[in-house]
Design a protein around this ligand. Structure first.
Ligand SMILES: CC(C)(COP(=O)(O)OP(=O)(O)OC[C@H]1O[C@@H](n2cnc3c(N)ncnc32)[C@H](O)[C@@H]1OP(=O)(O)O)[C@@H](O)C(=O)NCCC(=O)NCCS
Length: 167
């Protein structure tokens, strides 16, 4: 079994050449995690080639075994929030490959993502977290008083918790 130092979280800057190398691992993890609710391959590719997104990947040797990314607020979907675009992001999608779950690796991904978001000048991230697999409870516990707002919400992914978190 690998020890912690084998796992490296790094910022991925959207780039078609790099995407071609990591694409198979990322798409496989997305399908494995969400089945028929997974984002389509085209949606994932769009996100991984969009320079407005902030993306972190977790590597074990040369294989990508996790990812987490944030999207900027969408002007079209969020009328009235234009002034927040440089302040707030959506934490959009986080996955650890099945065989590596339960080893606290999500914390490593999140730390690197949050450092990069702060470096870019953002102050808040918003997220809808699944309740069923304890992700929402883990977020509430981990972020503590950095959670400035939270509320339950019924979504296509079942019951989720909305969080607004101070970076
Ligand atoms: C959700 C998922 C990413 C969690 O990854 P994981 O590394 O297996 O999670 P773990 O159970 O090992 O780690 C949870 C621990 O990390 C802690 N943690 C640290 N930073 C955290 C963060 N930013 N967010 C959540 N938990 C965090 C938790 O508090 C928890 O601590 P505890 O075990 O002491 O209670 C993973 O289960 C997964 O990919 N699931 C399928 C996809 C999915 O549901 N994604 C979330 C969409 S909302």
């Amino acid at each position: 079994m690998e020890n912690d130092s084998t796992f490296i979280a790094e910022v991925y800057n959207p780039d078609p050449k790099v995407w071609e190398k990591i694409k198979a691992d990322i798409l496989e993890m997305e399908h494995e995690a969400f089945g028929d609710k997974a984002f389509t391959d085209e949606e994932m590719e769009g996100d991984f080639l969009n320079k407005k997104n902030t993306i972190v990947i977790l590597k074990c040797n040369d294989k990508v075994i996790g990812f987490s990314y944030a999207r900027s607020l969408d002007e079209a979907d969020e009328p009235g929030r234009e002034s927040e675009i440089n302040e707030t992001v959506y934490l959009w999608n986080t996955v650890i490959a099945n065989k590596y779950r339960g080893r606290h690796l999500v914390g490593k991904l999140a730390e690197t993502l949050e450092d990069e978001l702060r470096r870019k000048g953002y102050s808040y991230m918003e997220s809808y977290a699944v309740v069923k697999n304890n992700f929402a409870a883990n977020i509430a516990k981990h972020y503590g008083d950095r959670v400035v707002k939270s509320e339950p919400k019924e979504t296509g992914y079942g019951r989720q918790m909305y969080f607004r978190i101070r970076l």
